[in-house]
Write a protein that binds this ligand. Sequence first.
Ligand code: MD5
Ligand code: FE
Length: 203
Amino acid sequence: RQQALAPGALLLRGFAVADDKALLDALRDVIAVAPFRHLVTPGGFVMSVAMSNCGALGWVSDRSGYRYDAIDPNSGRHWPTMPAAFLRLAQDAAREAGFNRFVPDACLINRYEPGTRLSLHQDRDERDFEQPIVSVSLGLPAVFLFGGLRRTDKPSRVPLTHGDVVAWGGPSRLRFHGVLPIQEGHHPLLGACRINLTFRQAA
Ligand code: MD5
Ligand code: FE
């Protein structure tokens, strides 16, 4: 089930379902080394999404700005290696979307609990916008806000459920996007939680 949301944005419904347990087992190992934390924005706000990373680079935010860094600021150590199951899934999905050379060096892991939202933004901290971002939704459903190239463009609402994978590339790579507050609920594997794995080629 492939659905083009817009040019360059391909939704692969349920693409990760068959691998969900393997992905969540690998996630547990990553989080044991680099626990979820609430980052502070450059403006001084605490993000409601809790984040961690794996791979050579991790996305971090603090009062000094946003950046990719090889070191987890909480531990002073490198981020955990990207699990093989993560990399394989991301590259398989990218290939379905026509991106045959996608080699993600960063996986940002977002944890949403009921009430958590992600306000409208663009992903612009990566070097090469020709490379897509691949995102994997696990656990509770979300309503994704899929906007345009201007902040003021009215976003459409895309429901994303457990196992859905989206490749955001081409002319959709720089669209504004966000996530509405997650509704209360219980997922059999994750409980009251949504996880989104976002695979990026940052460097
Ligand atoms: C999420 N995460 O559901 C989303 C999935 C983030 C973030 O937005 O920055 O961590 S990635 C969604 C995305 C990435 C790049 C482009 C577009 C969407 N887009 O054109 O809509 O936690
Ligand atoms: Fe984003």
